[in-house]
Write a protein that binds this ligand. Sequence first.
Ligand SMILES: [Zn+2]
Length: 598
Amino acid sequence: MKEYHQQWDLDAIFPGGSDSVELTTYVANIELRISELHQHVQNFVFPKIPEQTKELREVIDHAQEAAKRLKEFSAFISCLSAQDVKDKQAQMWVSKRTELSAKYNNIQTEFDQKLVQIDSSTWKALMLESELSELAFVLDERREKAKDKLDLEQETLINNLAVDGYHGWGQLYDTLVGRMSLPYKGEKLSVGQAANKLSDSDRTIRKEVFNNWQLAWQEESDVFTETLNHLAGFRLQTYKHRGWDNPLKEPLSYNRMSEKTLKAMWDTITKYKSYYTKFLKEKAEWIGIDKLSIYDVDAPIGNVERKMEYTEGARFIVEQFERFSPLMASFARKAFEKRWIEAEDRPGKRPGGFCTSFPHSKETRIFMTYSGTLSNIATLAHELGHAYHQHVMNDLPIYNQSYAMNVAETASTFAEMIVADAAVKSVADPKEKLLLLEDKIQRSVAFFMNIHSRYLFEIRFYNERKAGKVSTERLNELMVEAQEEAYQDSLSEYDPTFWASKLHFHITGVPFYNFPYTFGYLFSLGIYAKAAKEGHAFEKKYIALLQDTGVMNVEDLAKKHLGVDLEDTEFWEEALKLCTADVEEFIELSSTLKQRSE
Ligand SMILES: [Zn+2]
């Protein structure tokens, strides 16, 4: 059996790593293209149809070509800085990337403002022209978004002030967290180290770290009250000037979904929460306590012994994909053979995993550290799912290849579910099966309870913040209330300073960095349910769905490809039943095992 190589091949994209001559030339070409694009946008005048339709398409194509190369460059830099955190030259390229992206975005904004100035009837006619119709959704969306904002001068002013205001608060948060440390057994732990210890398998360690964790965040909470209040204040003030009243307006439009859909999703989750409170109770018994504390929720209840060598794991993934989609399986095989994956377990690598795509060379790279656990295999499948999503979109126009966070996790979760399910089914030993099921259900608990608490906190906080600054005490109170509600009072202890310790509340790039996760999870489960029913016949439909993720709102996407209404609870019910079936199996297996040991 041929062994797969565990190091990726980056030279196939630009030879020579961060010192690559080809890379330097490529970036110089992007700079040239960006300044040419700026000329084109500045020279662009209101189009007359049909004389200037072609001209407009040409400007758009210039923009798309620049965007494609910028993405290619950006992806390469992400790979370089992940494989070696000490690569100084790569750090320099990161700054270059920030500079070029900002330039490109400013030109886009200028261009969008020009689109706004085209009157509605001309615009409608334009979008029907053959040169533009394939891009109509994205162009329409951009024009509408630009219309919703202030004029160019004011938006530019906001963007400029945001650097030292809005984003400044976010950066200050990062700096402050980076400086924090907490005591543990005579040592000092960084926040990241402590966070890892919070899911240690030893409860006494978790408990001690959690107590110190609470003290550390409480001590700094007055400062974080400032950062969070100012960051949110800046956002709300901007919304007010634009005439936006609902704090969900921006995140919903970014995720191309309606508030009705969001409500249908949370309502259905709430309806099924009793399964998860039962699960947490059962889990508490395995840990040997009455009620779990919040720091027990993610803790393992035992160790899964089984491991697979890299090549064995790779073959397992390909085999499972094959059952659902031969095309996805052959794509995964190609990724292993062509060394698109960096999986080697060695020092100096960045932690975590990601997938990044190269739209120009139409290749993908996956980054992770593989040590042979079943959870590693699930991660690898997850990243291959992301890669496959990009793969099926490769031949679409660049403008049509962008999809939001909520559907970004669709293909990845789908691929992960295929493999996680198969892993559970492949073990015969009941205790091992129980551990794998527990690992699987933990995902649901995270999406339905933890993320729900973040969402509840954030929406309430933003609404209160409209009336003025929210105090530290009130933030703690809002946080615990949200957790009690999301976990349905099933825990003995909550985390009042979670609003300070969770980075996601302080991110300025994307507002409400929470509900899209849950959406993506359940959406992909709904698809998984359909795929399991329809077998190989589903493959074509699945590809068509993925290809449309960049050109439709989620309601239309679901209606067209799945024949379901996301604003109705039925679809969400179907998806949830898949999750609750795991809980039922877990509880049954758990009681059998307990009887045996009595
Ligand atoms: Zn992902």
